[in-house]
Design a protein around this ligand. Structure first.
Ligand SMILES: NC(=O)c1ccc[n+]([C@@H]2O[C@H](COP(=O)([O-])OP(=O)(O)OC[C@H]3O[C@@H](n4cnc5c(N)ncnc54)[C@H](O)[C@@H]3O)[C@@H](O)[C@H]2O)c1
Length: 347
């Protein structure tokens, strides 16, 4: 019997989203590299007050128009969307300028300095009818790996989480100073809290905390905090710049099993699973993903693709403004709980 091959009509190609990049430092350069590797976005403009940063990003991305400020870019460049990768204290004002100009926004974590800024961006984006996505890029690689295992039922309902993120002392530029959004609590703790909230799949209700600060800069040095969730799960968290090197560990416990994430950077990590759900994980099993790509292709290309596709399909992105706001509500509660020496409500 002869077989006829069924012809599947090709899906209509998605026109590339024209984007402008604001903030051309380390992360901006990574985003420009990611943009050059995907057809879903077309990088057409860069803005940064630092001409050396503009030159450096132009070396990895296409030769496009450059501007010294977001306002100049918004006035002159034909863009549909803005990628915001400035130091944390400028994330909110730059995002707000882009939203008010009617542009879609993909903004780096932690999306602002506090929940008040995040809530204002969220309501402005809703009012303007533009797409606003929080750039928690771990959700496209290592965090997704753990989330998929939890979603497959290997832990059962999450009951308890312990999570730690650490790094060496943050002494460089804006990362050193609390006024500019520095300190590991915002810089790394935002990733940690985003993962904890995503894995718990529940609303955080209360936080108790102790934050030890550096004598020289006043930035948080080491923060230990406990988050309680609506259905009763607890997360015990540590964020420190007193570590000898960058690391993270997240342990997720449920009555059916345990999933542990251990990482040395955002490319190299391992996941250990032990579960009563199925023979494959009856003994502790370590999964070390084969790495044949860099972190830009692994995390940032899918992040840009998700942003552009959500806009093209007219649906919310997988990481919303509300997700970003909830992370900052927890971090605000950590700071308040430590200051007042008592448990505080989240939000
Ligand atoms: N997703 C991740 O894993 C990840 C990793 C690193 C950094 N980040 C985030 O990216 C952002 C930038 O971090 P970085 O390490 O690239 O910092 P950076 O200091 O290397 O770069 C920041 C750049 O922004 C420019 N800038 C400052 N104010 C500006 C403004 N108002 N308008 C335009 N440009 C401005 C600076 O001149 C600089 O070139 C931060 O929010 C950080 O949290 C995210």
């Amino acid at each position: 019997m002869s077989q006829q091959s069924a012809r599947v009509p090709a899906a209509p190609a998605q026109a590339p989203l024209r984007v402008g990049l604001v903030g051309c430092g380390y992360e901006g350069k990574c985003l420009a590299t990611a943009a050059a590797r995907t057809s879903t976005v077309d990088l057409v403009a860069y803005a940064d007050p630092d001409t050396a940063a503009l030159r450096s990003v132009a070396a990895v991305g296409p030769a496009v128009s450059t501007y010294s400020s977001v306002d100049a870019l918004l006035d002159e460049a034909a863009v549909d969307a803005v990628l915001v990768a400035t130091p944390s204290q400028a994330l909110y004002p730059v995002s707000l300028a882009a939203i008010r100009a009617g542009k879609h926004v993909l903004v780096e974590k932690p999306i602002g300095l506090n929940a008040e800024e995040a809530a204002a961006a969220e309501s402005e984006a809703a009012r303007a009818g533009v797409t606003y996505m929080a750039g928690y890029s771990c959700r496209f690689s290592l965090a997704r790996h753990v989330h998929d295992l939890i979603a497959a039922g290997l832990t059962g309902e999450v009951q308890a989480i312990t999570a730690q993120f650490g790094c060496e002392r943050l002494d460089r530029g804006w990362l050193a100073s609390p006024e500019t959004g520095g300190g590991p609590l915002l810089f790394l703790g935002s990733h940690l809290v985003d993962m904890v909230l995503w894995f718990a799949g529940d609303d955080p209700v209360e936080v108790s905390a102790h934050v030890r600060r550096r004598d020289d800069t006043g930035a948080d040095d080491t923060s230990a905090f406990l988050v309680q969730f609506a259905r009763g799960a607890l997360a015990q968290c540590l964020v420190t710049q007193a570590a000898s090197t960058f690391f993270y560990t997240v342990d997720v416990h449920g009555r059916a099993g345990r999933v542990t994430l251990r990482g040395w950077n955002f490319l190299e990590y391992e996941v250990e699973v032990r579960s009563t759900k199925g023979p494959a994980y009856a003994d502790p099993t370590v999964i070390r993903p084969h790495i044949d790509r860099d972190h830009i292709t692994m995390m940032l290309v899918p992040e840009l693709d998700e942003f552009a596709t959500a806009i093209a399909e007219g649906r919310p992105p997988s990481i919303t403004a509300a997700d970003g706001r909830r992370v900052l509500e927890v971090l605000d509660a950590v700071v308040t709980a430590s200051r007042v020496g008592a448990t505080v409500r989240v939000g």
